[in-house]
Design a protein around this ligand. Structure first.
Ligand code: SF4
Length: 90
């Protein structure tokens, strides 16, 4: 349903006809580690995540799995390996 409170105009699963059903009746601001992520949205009341109502939870146990601004170690390792040299090693 389209949000009419904190992230006005954006689709949200927590928005109900009775209002925002998330804890406290609103989503929470993005945290510092979110800066640079493409899923951030700026509203009059602050900066929010378009995917999670409480971004700090996504960073409690490590990196956010939906972050767009992080490079994975596997992707970084792939760049270092020269496929031609790797095939000669075999
Ligand atoms: S997807 Fe993750 S990193 Fe991106 S804004 Fe949301 S919580 Fe932050």
């Amino acid at each position: 349903m389209i949000c009419t409170t904190t992230r006005k105009g954006q689709d949200c699963v927590f928005m109900k006809t009775s209002g925002c059903s998330y804890t406290g009746g609103t989503c929470l601001s993005a945290v510092e580690t979110c800066m640079g992520c493409a899923r951030i949205t700026e509203q009059e009341s602050g900066i929010y995540c378009t995917v999670f109502p409480d971004p700090s939870i996504k960073w409690k146990l490590g990196n956010c799995n939906m972050a767009t601004h992080l490079k994975t170690e596997a992707a970084a390792d792939k760049k270092k390996i020269n496929p031609l040299k790797a095939s000669k090693r075999k």
